[in-house]
Design a protein around this ligand. Structure first.
Ligand code: DC
Length: 212
């Protein structure tokens, strides 16, 4: 079982995916964190994130492994999970460049698909329902107004041009951000995470019941 949650930046994917995973007892996978980890690793290694060849070369010699800790999957770099470092403004600015490289996406998708080794999944990202698990019957696409999403980021102490990042993510050639076929679209402007996650859980339970 894979629940795919895609959507724009700061649309509440992480918060809601975690709540849904907890309620169902599923493993939570933040695929954005995986792209961020690669971007951070390139920055600290002095690799130019605008150079696809250099980034792809990093992947070939990268010592990584996936682990599951307290119901969450982590991509380790030399045995370390850079939880704080991947959330800095510098990493956020670099990540759309590495995530636009087709070879990077192929590498990530293989690892994301291998997460089923840990159990049933709630996986969030930009291309989960379109590209990573297109066959799943449980697809959600989250969005909220740009104003509200900007406020949410600012509340986390992060000032970011979300419109610019969304534009990059939507316009790239490799697996662009789009609403997956058959996805339930949830605009959660003005909603609390409890309201949004309960709506998602209700929809999952309804579909499961219909399956018998
Ligand atoms: O969800 P996030 O902000 O942590 O994602 C970071 C970046 O990674 C975002 O700009 C888009 C990219 N990304 C992607 O291209 N595909 C995914 N499945 C997840 C994230």
């Amino acid at each position: 079982m894979v629940i795919a949650i895609d959507g724009t930046s700061a649309s509440g994917k992480s918060t809601n995916a975690k709540l849904v995973a907890k309620a169902l007892g599923y493993v939570y996978v933040d695929t954005g964190a995986m792209y961020r980890t690669l971007a951070w690793h390139c920055l600290r290694s002095g690799v130019d994130v605008h150079d696809p060849k250099a980034v792809t070369a990093v992947l070939r010699r990268w010592k990584t492994r996936l682990i599951c800790v307290d119901g969450e999957v982590q991509l380790l770099v030399d045995g370390y999970y850079p939880a704080k470092e991947i959330r800095t403004a510098e990493t956020s600015a670099a990540v759309p460049h590495v995530s636009a490289i087709p070879k990077v996406r192929e590498w990530m998708v293989r690892r994301q698909q291998s997460c089923t080794q840990f159990g049933n999944l709630v996986m969030e990202g930009r291309d989960i329902g379109t590209n990573v698990f297109p066959e799943t019957d449980f697809k959600f696409y989250l969005d909220a107004s740009l104003e509200e999403r900007t406020r949410r980021r600012e509340a986390d102490g992060i000032s970011e041009d979300l419109a610019k990042r969304d534009k990059r993510d939507s316009e790239r050639k490799a697996a662009p951000l789009m609403i997956p076929l058959g996805a339930v679209v949830v605009n959660n402007s003005g909603q609390t995470p409890k309201q949004t996650s309960e709506f998602i859980l209700g929809e999952i339970r309804r579909r499961l019941a219909a399956r018998g």
